[in-house]
Design a binder for this molecule. Structure first.
Ligand SMILES: NC(=O)C1=CN([C@@H]2O[C@H](COP(=O)(O)OP(=O)(O)OC[C@H]3O[C@@H](n4cnc5c(N)ncnc54)[C@H](O)[C@@H]3O)[C@@H](O)[C@H]2O)C=CC1
Ligand SMILES: CC(C)[C@@H](O)CC[C@@H](C)[C@H]1CC[C@H]2[C@@H]3[C@H](O)CC4=CC(=O)CC[C@]4(C)[C@H]3CC[C@]12C
Length: 369
C-alpha cells in the first residue's frame, strides 16, 4: 500500500459487515477512507441496505459466505489489501452451542489469518473485546484499567474463551510471511460494551420496559461501573487502525488496543437509562429491588429452564448466571494507547452519541408498537 493514497485505490474486506458494528464500519469506510477502490462486505446474512451503497464511486461487493468455510474466506480475501474481521457469534445468552461459538469465533478467525497468508493480504485488524480481559469469574473489578494493567483473566464461558483464543491467534500471526514474501501485520481492538444505532440488546430492554408499563426494575447497584463505547467511535477506530497499520507496522503490529470514548462511566442499567429515559421509561429503585442471592437464584432458574426447554423452544432471557456476574462487576478502561500509536480520537462526542442513540431507540420502539 506504499503508493500515494490518491494514486492507488485499495481493496478492503469487512467480515461480519452486516452486523451491528460491521454496518457502521462499512459506512464509515465509504465516508472516510479516500483510498478505497473496492469494499467487499462478507457476511452469512447480507442486509438489503447494501444495495443502496452500490450507487456510489466505490465498488461495493456483497459476498454471502461463512467464515467457518476456509475456501469461502480465501475467495473473499484474495486480492484484498486490508481485512477488518468483525464477524463473530456474540452470544452470552445460550442461543448457540459452545462448539458453534468456538467454530465461528476461533476457527473462523484462523481461516481469515490463513487466507491472508495464502493470498498475500498483509494487513489484518481484528475486532476483539473487553471480555478477553474480563470481568473474570472471580468478580474482580477492573477499574479504569489499561492495556498494561495486571488482571487475572479467568474465563469459563464459551464467548470470552473464544474471543481470547481468537485474539491470541491474530497477535501471534503478526510477522508471518504471506504469499509474496512480505510480513503480515495484525492488531486487535478491544471495545467495551458497544451501544448505538442497531444495538439489539438496547432494543430488547426498551421493549421489555414497554411491556412492563414503562418501568424497568434495578437489579445492579448504581456503584458498579461498566465501560460503554459508541458504535460510531468503534467503527472510526477500526478505519484509523487499518489506515495506519502499514505506515506504523513496527509500532502497531501485534498490539492490542482498548476501544472506548467519552461515554460516561455508569452502571449498565443507569447507562441504558440515558437513552431509555428520554424514550419514556423509568428505572425503579435507587438500589436493587431484590437481594443479590435472589437474583442469583432467578438467574440459575433461567439457566435450568433454558436447558429443560431446549428440545422444544429456545428460552434465552437477559438474566442468566453469566450476564448477572458480568453486570455486577465493575469493568472500565482509561487509556491513550490508541491515541499515542495511531492518533485515535473519538469522532463522536458523548452528546452526539447519546442523541443519535435516542433517535434510534425511539424509531425502533415505534416500530415495535
Ligand atoms: N456488541 C458488543 O458490545 C461488542 C462486540 N464485540 C465484537 O464485535 C464484533 C461484532 O459484534 P456485533 O456487531 O455486536 O455482533 P453482530 O451479531 O451484530 O454482528 C456479527 C456479524 O457477523 C456475522 N456472522 C456471524 N457468524 C458468521 C459466520 N459464520 N460467517 C460469516 N458471518 C458471520 C453475523 O451475520 C453478523 O452480521 C464481534 O466480533 C464481537 O465479538 C466486541 C466488544 C463489544
Ligand atoms: C438482567 C440484568 C442483570 C441486566 O443488567 C443484565 C445486563 C447484561 C445483559 C449485559 C451487562 C454487561 C453486558 C456485556 C458487556 O457489555 C461486555 C460485552 C462484550 C462483548 O464483546 C459482547 C457483549 C457483552 C458480553 C455484553 C452483553 C450484555 C451484558 C452481559
Amino acid at each position: 500500500m506504499a503508493d500515494s493514497a490518491q494514486a492507488q485505490k485499495l481493496v478492503y474486506l469487512v467480515t461480519g459487515g452486516c452486523g451491528f458494528l460491521g454496518e457502521h464500519v462499512v459506512r464509515m469506510l465509504l465516508q472516510r477512507e479516500p483510498r478505497l477502490g473496492e469494499l467487499r462486505v462478507f457476511d452469512r446474512h447480507l442486509g438489503p441496505w447494501l444495495e443502496e451503497l452500490k450507487t456510489g464511486p466505490v465498488r461495493v461487493t456483497a459476498i454471502q459466505g461463512d467464515v467457518t468455510e476456509a475456501h469461502e474466506v480465501a475467495a473473499a480475501v484474495a486480492g484484498a489489501h486490508v481485512v477488518i474481521h468483525t464477524a463473530g457469534l456474540v452470544d452470552v445468552f445460550g442461543r448457540a452451542s459452545p462448539e458453534t461459538i468456538h467454530e465461528v469465533n476461533v476457527q473462523g478467525t484462523r481461516n481469515v489469518i490463513e487466507a491472508c497468508v495464502q493470498t498475500g493480504t498483509r494487513f489484518l485488524v481484528y475486532t476483539s473485546s473487553m471480555e478477553v480481559v474480563g470481568p473474570n469469574t472471580k468478580g474482580h473489578p477492573f477499574y479504569r484499567g489499561n492495556e498494561d494493567t495486571l488482571y487475572e483473566a479467568v474465563h469459563r464461558h464459551p464467548y470470552p474463551c473464544s474471543k481470547a483464543l481468537a485474539e491470541r491467534l491474530v497477535l501471534e500471526a503478526n510477522g508471518r510471511e504471506v504469499h509474496g514474501g512480505l510480513p503480515l501485520v495484525t492488531c486487535a481492538l478491544r471495545p467495551t460494551g458497544i451501544y448505538g444505532e442497531g444495538h439489539q440488546i438496547m432494543r430488547d430492554f426498551y421493549r421489555q420496559g414497554l411491556r412492563l408499563g414503562g418501568w424497568l426494575f434495578r437489579a445492579i447497584p448504581a456503584s458498579v461501573e461498566h465501560g460503554r463505547v459508541y458504535v460510531g467511535n468503534v467503527a472510526w477506530m477500526h478505519v484509523l487502525a487499518a489506515r495506519e497499520l502499514e505506515r506504523r507496522a513496527a509500532l502497531m503490529g501485534g498490539q492490542v488496543y482498548f476501544c472506548y470514548d467519552g461515554s460516561p462511566y455508569k452502571s449498565y442499567e443507569d447507562f441504558n437509562m440515558e437513552f431509555l429515559g428520554p424514550c419514556g421509561l423509568q428505572l425503579v429503585g435507587a438500589r436493587p429491588l431484590l437481594p443479590y442471592w435472589l437474583l442469583v437464584f432467578l438467574a440459575a432458574l433461567n439457566a435450568l429452564l433454558q436447558w429443560l426447554l431446549r428440545p422444544l423452544v429456545l428460552y434465552a432471557p437477559l438474566l442468566n448466571p453469566y450476564t448477572l456476574a458480568v453486570a455486577n462487576t465493575t469493568f472500565t478502561v482509561s487509556t491513550n494507547k490508541a491515541q499515542r500509536h495511531f492518533g485515535y480520537e473519538p469522532l463522536f462526542s458523548w452528546e452526539d452519541s447519546r442523541t443519535r442513540t435516542i433517535l434510534w431507540v425511539q424509531a425502533a420502539g415505534s416500530s415495535a408498537q
